[in-house]
Design a protein around this ligand. Sequence first.
Ligand code: MF3
Ligand code: CO
Ligand code: CO
Length: 275
Amino acid sequence: MQGIYDMHDTAGRITKDGIRIYEDADFTGMRLAGQVAAEILDAVAALVKPGATTAELDDFIREDIDRRGATSATIGYKGYRHASCISVNHVVCHGIPGGKQLADGDILNIDVTVIVDGWFGDTSRMYVAGTLPRKAERLIDVTHEGLMRGIAAVMPGNTFGDIGHAIQSYVEANRMSVVRDFCGHGLGRVFHAPPNVLHYGRPGSGAVLEEGMFFTIEPMVNLGRPETKVLADDWTAVTRDRSLSAQFEHSVGVTATGCEIFTLSPAGRFHPTWA
Ligand code: MF3
Ligand code: CO
Ligand code: CO
């Protein structure tokens, strides 16, 4: 999101950078919410195929959230009306589900945020309709590895700049670009909280990570230039040069020695070519 925070949180300590420190017991809540979100992304995979519409995928997601006794965090959020964002090909993020059919070789990010017992689980991953084109596969592989390298930098004492640098240096070494216009965010009992988690940066810059911080890392990577623009619907962000874009998102919590990923796929299906 773009650095606009929700302000409804109460418990716990706040750092000088405005970042909430959660308790050990709160990891349980985040784990449950993260697992529900990840299970929904596992389940929707079977519906992604040429001819399907993104509105059909969103309908399934809305019903599946219901079946699991969870609540959609996006329906009604700043006027958004859907249970997911579905971003196809050159759409960077915040794609609105609609009636257009997927074509063979289209790649898409599906982003779901659920609320379970008041805790927010926010995750997204890439899918393909039909056969994954070679260039798209490279983009998806680099984006996923970039996310995992960012996550590997999550430990107490490291900084948010270390996370951004790990992502940016890997992506740019592969001659792709990191989107600057959107970032990850703190979350927990709210959807969007400090800090802005940038997917680029300098080692050692930014706030210092502490055990008990919860946030997302959600790099968007373009095959072409990093610039984006938002369409007239006020949501859909696209690459200005219309190059392909990919994104993966995990919700994580900082532990004493590293981090816990709350939104790992129970089916091991986090990547379009897995399982
Ligand atoms: N899930 C998105 C994120 O990762 C936010 C979507 S807000 C919506 O931050 F309103 F567009 F759904
Ligand atoms: Co997010
Ligand atoms: Co998200």
